[in-house]
Design a binder for this molecule. Structure first.
Ligand code: EPZ
Length: 420
């Protein structure tokens, strides 16, 4: 059991390299299981717990996975089983991409249902709807999903909600179905586009990813390829907000500024200076921030995964801000922790009313989930005194080396073992 001890008050200055996108990599690695010939070499994979979990899952079904720095070499030509019934499946969300990948390639799969952050009810009805439309039979009992098909045949599928997971999962299965699938009301997130690009590099025929209509013409087989995962939009957003929270000047390298537009726009509205270059952004502030209203929405709207860091920043902005969380109904639990640090926030259902205070003060707080953990670190960095963040396993699931990255910018974060 480890904790982070954050001593607040330092401005952040310097440059930070943003790593590969977690939510793209956790889909691209299982997508590599669909290659029946040649090795996939996937570069820019983040070194985080969710990826280690995925590596264990893939090896458990016979994939040969080798790490060389940030590159994963995946040989899936001879898998030994289509069943993944191990504990790691329940430790992360992206493990459900094994369903689409193995169903597509082998027309059968049996897996434990996924876990992930506790941020609200996380149904998979739209995934199931998609698989059934392609001709699969879905049987879920005792937390295990068994999905089988004699043949997968392309279909027109309209998703009732915009879902990243369902869009990717159905795209995986449809890539090896017979005929054409049209996926309407699809998610447009950068990681959806990245997975489609990866599949196309393997020989798939997918058009329209990044719009709300994706057309997938099934092919007979997919083959290994070389690919590099896009930069992490959410890690970048987290560092942009931290830079604004602590004052100073931080350059984020290896980003796609277009993916950050909704975050950049809100920071500028608050009075933060954001300078965009080809593959970097620089965030500067003198600490005079004003409150703004934020509503989380599917891409290109403001990402729900950055809501918790943003609400934390707003807790010290001048005046009143209203934050509306429209994707996950339980993503405000971290606010109780922020209140321990002096924040003045009222939560009414899916709306948080934030009245800015002069400053936060250190306290012992819990990282309720992954992005709540990042929010607690930001709160600690800008607070007066010492903040202890517990339950940091959630943070390690999604942020590589977070304390080292902040410390290089002038932050003061120590990792301790309980009992130290
Ligand atoms: C992905 O989760 C991300 N996880 C989440 O990031 C992110 O918050 C979310 O997309 C939204 O952007 C991964 O990519 C591994 P959804 P996912 O399906 O795919 C409803 C993080 O912090 N819905 O887009 O599970 C659902 O309840 C994590 O990195 C259905 O109703 O999210 C939610 O309200 C947390 N039925 C909305 O759609 C379904 O079948 C969006 O969910 C599927 C989803």
């Amino acid at each position: 059991m480890e904790r982070l001890v954050v001593t607040g008050g330092n401005p952040l200055r310097g440059a930070v390299d943003i790593t590969g996108a977690k939510n793209a990599a956790v889909a691209i690695l299982p997508a590599a299981l669909m290659a029946s010939k040649n090795v996939c070499v996937i570069d820019n994979v983040p070194d985080i717990e969710d990826i280690s979990c995925m590596e264990t899952i893939m090896k458990s079904i016979g994939a040969k996975v080798e790490r060389k720095g940030n590159a994963f070499h995946v040989d899936s030509t001879e898998l030994t089983t289509t069943e993944a019934l191990i504990e790691e499946m329940r430790k992360m969300r992206g493990s459900y991409y094994l369903i689409g990948a193995l169903l597509g390639r082998f027309k059968k799969v049996k897996v434990e249902l996924p876990g992930g952050c506790h941020i609200g009810v996380r149904p998979i009805d739209q995934h199931i709807k998609g698989f059934e439309a392609l001709g699969a039979k879905v049987d879920i009992k005792h937390g295990i999903a068994e999905v089988t098909a004699d043949r997968l045949i392309g279909a027109n599928i309209y998703l009732d909600v915009v879902s990243v997971g369902a869009t990717i999962n159905v795209m995986l299965a449809a890539a090896l179905a017979e005929g054409e699938t049209t996926l309407e009301n699809a998610a447009k997130e950068p990681h959806v586009v990245d997975v489609a690009n990866f599949l196309n590099s393997m020989g798939a025929k997918i058009k329209g990813a990044g719009t709300d209509v994706i057309k997938i013409l099934g092919v007979k087989e997919l083959s290994g390829c070389d690919y590099s995962v896009i930069p992490d939009q959410i890690e970048a957003g987290t560092f942009m907000i931290a830079a604004a929270a602590c004052g100073g000047e931080v350059t984020l390298n290896n980003v796609i500024p277009k993916h950050l537009e909704s975050i950049t726009a809100k920071l500028i509205e608050m009075g933060v200076e954001v300078e965009e270059n080809d593959d970097s952004v620089t965030v500067r502030t003198n600490g005079n921030l004003k409150g703004v209203n934020v509503k989380t929405l599917p891409y290109p709207g403001f990402p729900t995964d950055v809501q918790q860091p943003m609400t934390t920043l707003l807790s010290v902005a001048k005046g009143r801000s209203v934050v509306h969380e429209s994707i996950w109904e339980s993503r405000f639990k971290f606010i109780d922790e922020l209140k321990k640090m002096g924040a003045n926030i009222k939560v009414e259902g899916r709306v948080a009313i934030v009245d800015g205070v002069e400053r936060l003060t250190g306290a012992t707080v819990v990282a309720n989930d992954l992005r709540a953990g990042a929010a607690m670190i930001i709160a600690g960095l800008m607070a007066e005194g010492e903040t202890i963040v517990t339950d940091i396993g959630h943070i390690d699931r999604g942020y590589p080396n977070i304390e080292n990255k902040f410390n290089k910018l002038g932050g003061n974060i120590r990792r301790i073992s309980v009992g130290e």
